[in-house]
Design a protein around this ligand. Structure first.
Ligand SMILES: Nc1nc2c(ncn2[C@@H]2O[C@H](COP(=O)(O)OP(=O)(O)OP(=O)(O)O)[C@@H](O)[C@H]2O)c(=O)[nH]1
Ligand SMILES: [Mg+2]
Length: 453
C-alpha cells in the first residue's frame, strides 16, 4: 500500500548533536500525535498536533508507548501536499547518539509506523508528482557528491535542467506526430498543410539535439563517478611522488629504488573541483621478478581503463618507443617529472607539462590540464548545460535517437511507420524523464538510496 505511514532516521546513525526522524503517510499526524505531547499543558498529542502551525518548528516532548518521556526536541508538520513526499509529513528532531533516535523510532513503530525502505520518501515524492525520475536521481547524486562540480551538476538536474530539455524534445516529437497523423488521415491531400520537407527539417533538428545531448554522456558519467586518472611510466619516473603531490598526502611509498610500487593504489580526489580517482601504478618494464610482473599486469589493465593517462617521463630524457605508443593509443597527458633536475634552458623545447614535486613547479598547470581534458573538452559541454549522467540516460536517449533515424529513413514513404518510430522515440523519452515509470526502472533507481531519503 502506498499511503501507509513510514518512518526513518534521516540523519546518519551515531554520535551527533541532533538526529532527524521523518514520518510520512496519510495518517502521519494521527500516528505522531500518539507519541508526542506539548512541552506544557495537558492537551493530548493528537489534538495539539492538529493546531500546530504548518512548516513551523515547535518544541515538543517525545514519549514511548507507555507515555514515558524519551526526549524533548523540535517537531515540524508539513501538511499534504506541501511536503517533500506530497503526503502529510512530520519531522522530529531529537538529540543524536544511539539511544534517543532508536527509542523514538521504536515508539513510532509501536504506534503503527513501518520502517521506510531505502529511497522510499523520494519514491513517494515521485509518485505524487513532486519530482520526476531525473530529479529523484539528482537527489541521490547530490547526497553522494564529494566534489563541488558534482554538487553543481546534481543541483542543476534537481532544478529540472535536464528534464526541461527532454520535455521540450518530447513536445516537439508529439507535434510532429500530430502533423503525421493528419497526413495519414487525409492522404489524398498530397500537398497537405505540411510538406514532407518541413517535417524532415524538424525531425533532423530534433535528432541533432539528441546527438548533442548524447555527446555529453561521457563527461556527465565521469562527473558522477569520478574520472579514472592513471599515473603510468617507467620505474622510478616519479609516479608515486606525483600521486602524493596531487593528493596532498603521503599515500604511496617513494624510494629511489626502481620498482617500489608493486600494486596499484587508488584514491579519490578532486582537481579544480572536479572528481577524479587517481591511480598510482607499478612502473612498466620488461624485466623484474614475478611479483613485479604481476603488478605490471595490473598497471596495464589500469592503463587500458583510464579516462586519462598521466604518462610520467623524466624531464630531459628522450621518449622511448613504448612511451610514444602509450601516448598515441590512450587519452593521455605527457608529464615531464623531476623538472628541478634539468635547467629550464635544456627542457624548453620539450613536449609535455614539466613538474617537480620538490619545488611544486607545474603542479597547478597539470591540474588545470587534467580538468580541461576530462571535463571541458568536446562539443556540447559547458558547465551547467544539461548533461546525461547515467548509463540509464544514455541507453534511453540512444533508443530515442535510433527511432528517429529509422523514422527519417521512412519519411516520404510510409507515414504510418514514421509515426510508429516517433511514438517509440517519445516513449523512450518518457521513460527517461519518468512520465511513465515501470516498476523495474524505479527499483533500479532507488535501490542505492539511503533510508530516510
Ligand atoms: N629531484 C626530484 N626527485 C624526484 C621528484 N619526484 C620523485 N623524485 C625521486 O625519484 C625517485 C623515485 O620516485 P617515485 O615517486 O618512487 O617513483 P615511481 O615512479 O613511483 O617509482 P616506482 O614505484 O619504482 O615505479 C625518488 O627517489 C624520489 O625522491 C622530483 O620532482 N624531483
Ligand atoms: Mg611508485
Amino acid at each position: 500500500m502506498l499511503c501507509d505511514v513510514i518512518a526513518a532516521l534521516a540523519t546518519p546513525p551515531g554520535r551527533s548533536a541532533i538526529a532527524v526522524v521523518r514520518v510520512s503517510g496519510d495518517e502521519a499526524l494521527a500516528l505522531v500525535g500518539r507519541i508526542v505531547a506539548p512541552l506544557a499543558g495537558r492537551d493530548s498529542g493528537v489534538n495539539w498536533l492538529r493546531g500546530v502551525p504548518a512548516r513551523t518548528a515547535v518544541l515538543a516532548r517525545f514519549l514511548d508507548s507507555s507515555g514515558n518521556q524519551i526526549d524533548e526536541g523540535l517537531l515540524t508538520v508539513f501538511p499534504a501536499p506541501h511536503s517533500y513526499t506530497g503526503e502529510d509529513l512530520v519531522e522530529l528532531s531529537c538529540h543524536g547518539g544511539l539511544l534517543a533516535p532508536a527509542q523514538l523510532l521504536t515508539a513510532l513503530h509501536a504506534a503503527g509506523a513501518r520502517s521506510a525502505a531505502p529511497g522510499e520518501f523520494t519514491r513517494r515524492a515521485l509518485l505524487n508528482g513532486k519530482l520526476d525520475l531525473l530529479q529523484a536521481e539528482a537527489v541521490g547524486d547530490l547526497i553522494e557528491a564529494t566534489a563541488p562540480a558534482q554538487g553543481r551538476a546534481a543541483l542543476f538536474q534537481l532544478e529540472g535542467g535536464l528534464s526541461q530539455r527532454l520535455l521540450a524534445l518530447r513536445e516537439e516529437l508529439l507535434e510532429l506526430l500530430s502533423l503525421l497523423v493528419y497526413e495519414i488521415d487525409f492522404p489524398e491531400e498530397d500537398d497537405g498543410p505540411v510538406p514532407v520537407e518541413r517535417i524532415r527539417d524538424r525531425l533532423e533538428r530534433t535528432a541533432a539535439q539528441i546527438s548533442r545531448l548524447l555527446a555529453t554522456a561521457p563527461a556527465g558519467e565521469r562527473l558522477r563517478e569520478g574520472a579514472l586518472v592513471v599515473l603510468a611510466g617507467r620505474p622510478n619516473a616519479g609516479k608515486s611522488s606525483l600521486f602524493n603531490a596531487l593528493l596532498g598526502t603521503s599515500r604511496a611509498l617513494v624510494t629511489e629504488i626502481p620498482g617500489t610500487t608493486r600494486d596499484t593504489i587508488e584514491a579519490s580526489s578532486e582537481v579544480h573541483g572536479w572528481p577524479v580517482r587517481l591511480a598510482d601504478t607499478a612502473g612498466l618494464r620488461e624485466a623484474g621478478e614475478r611479483l613485479e610482473q604481476l603488478g605490471i599486469e595490473v598497471s596495464r589493465r589500469y592503463v587500458a581503463a583510464a579516462d586519462l593517462l598521466l604518462l610520467c617521463v623524466e624531464a630531459g630524457r628522450m621518449l622511448a618507443a613504448e612511451e610514444r605508443e602509450l601516448l598515441d593509443q590512450h587519452p593521455a597527458l605527457l608529464v615531464r617529472t623531476k623538472a628541478d633536475l634539468v635547467p629550464i634552458a635544456e627542457r624548453e623545447s620539450e613536449d609535455g607539462i614539466a613538474v617537480s614535486t620538490i619545488t611544486g613547479e607545474g603542479l597547478d598547470r597539470l591540474r588545470e590540464g587534467i580538468a580541461k581534458r576530462l571535463f571541458s573538452e568536446g562539443e556540447g559541454y559547458a558547465e551547467l548545460a544539461p548533461m546525461l549522467t547515467r548509463e540509464r540516460h544514455r541507453v534511453a536517449l540512444t533508443r530515442a535517437g535510433d527511432a528517429l533515424d529509422a523514422a527519417r529513413l521512412e519519411l516520404g514513404r510510409d507515414a504510418v511507420l514514421v509515426a510508429h518510430q516517433l511514438r517509440s522515440a517519445v516513449s523512450a523519452l518518457e521513460e527517461l524523464i519518468g512520465v511513465v515509470h515501470p516498476d523495474e526502472v524505479l527499483g533500479r533507481v532507488f535501490e542505492r538510496f539511503c533510508v530516510g531519503k
